[in-house]
Structures are given as C-alpha cells and as structure tokens.
Design a protein around this ligand. Sequence first.
Ligand SMILES: [Zn+2]
Length: 299
Amino acid sequence: MNVVSRNKRALVVASAFVFVAVSSFAQSLSTKWEELTAPDFVKAIQQSQGTCLLPIGILEKHGAHLPLGNDLINVRYVSEHAAAEEYAVVFPAYYFGQIFEARQQPGTVAYSSHMQLELMQETADEMARNGCKKIIIVNGHGGNNSLLPYFAQSQLASAHDYIVYVFERPSHDDAAGRPPMKSSKYAVDFHAGEGETSRTMVSRPDLVHLDRAKSESGEDQARQHLPDSLYTGIWWYARFPNHYAGDGSVATNELGEFDTKAEISDLVTAIRAVKADAEGLRLQKEFNQKATHPLDTKQ
Ligand SMILES: [Zn+2]
C-alpha cells in the first residue's frame, strides 16, 4: 500500500470512527432520572451498574446575594458533570434536609426531623426498587453533615438489598495551584462566603448579586463562650445571626472554576470506587443475616 492509499484508508477509518462516535453521542442516555423514558431508564440503570446519585441541597438564605436554592444548584451542577464523565443516574431535585438553624430567615423550608429521615428512607427504598442498588448521597449543604452519616448508619437497623454511601465535598483549601483567597476572614468562610459564592459564579452566574454581598455582615459575632468540648444547637445563631459566614463580595470566577473542577473530579473518583466496591453490599448482607440471630454469631 502506498502512502496515498494508506492515508486514504486511514481517513475512511477515521471518518467511520467519527460517525460511530457522533451517532453514539446522539443516542447517549441522559443522566437525569426525570428526562429518561421508561425504556431508556432500564438501559440507564444497566449502564450505571445500578449506581445512582442523590444530590441533596436545601432552601435557605445565602447572605443577601445568593439564591435560596444555592446548595441544590451547586450540588446538582457538580453531580450532573460528574455523572456525564462516569455514568450514573441522577435523582431529581431534592431539598428536604436539615436546616432548623435558619428558621428565623425568610424562604427557609425546615421539615421536621422524622420527615427528613422518613422521606430520605422512602426515597432510597424507591430508588432501590427501581434498580439503584448503590446510592451515593451527594451532600451540598453543611447543615446535613450530621444527618447524612446518621442516615447511612441507620441503614443497618434493618435489611436492605441496596447500600447507601455519603459523598462530602473534600476541602481543597491548601491544594496546589488554587487561586489565593482574597477574603480577610478566611477562617469563617463557611456560608455564602468567598468560596461558595465563587462556585455559584460558575454554576449560575446570573443568580449571583455581588453588589449586595456587603449589605449585611458575615462576621463571626462570637456571642457565646464555651469550651470546644461542648455542643449546643444555638451555636450557629450565636456566631452568624444573619445566616451569612464570610465575605462573598470578593468571590472570583477563577476560584469557583478551581474548586468546582476539583469537586467534580473527587465525585468521579467516588462513583468509580462505588462501582468497584463489591464488599459493601456483601458484608451488609452477611451482617444482616447474623443480626437476625445474634446468639449464633461465633464468639
Ligand atoms: Zn450553601
């Protein structure tokens, strides 16, 4: 084969490849549960190997400059991008978590504790009944940090044919190459501050009102003085009565891009690890069998 015909052949192979790639792209399944048809949902569960994401946000004030649904918007942005990279089915908008500490602010929807747990359990049960045997709860809201591990732990109270994992956004504060924070109150960049506002500038820039970010104080007001060994529910209000912790006015697109990319990459790694985890479900089943007759468990 001379050079010309070899090149010609390479071109044909390449265009065939492009055609296959384009046609498979055209037929590719949505990652979003609510966008799939019923027949496509069956294929989606197969393609995801029964791995589904349940991104959880909340409805709560985010300073004077970010939307009430900020956490849900950001966590869904990350979940959808991660699922597009490592296929998983993403459950529709879910904002039924823990947010008692913002009940004094407008727009907060705070369901009772039993409702939070029952709704999450029934949602997980229904997801599993539809083939989601590995459910990754993707947490987008700091107020859920105790609720979600408790929920995952409580799955051992009775037998399930599925397993729940909780994904918490790892900190990249000291990561190499991260744009330096501008906020002088770095130590309290907790809520609607520089980091979070920067991420929303990536996910929904049209909903960020930077010019309003200084209209209230996000400073730690330190109104309660207790040793670190004590926890009490009013701690957040004691420190941040405006439900704002940090300084969102100095947020940047660069910081948002860095943190959002890092979080997507962390979630992709987590989805791959969950798909590869054969031990979790097997051990859970073994545990549940033993738990029904503990006196027979070898001592
Ligand atoms: Zn938030």
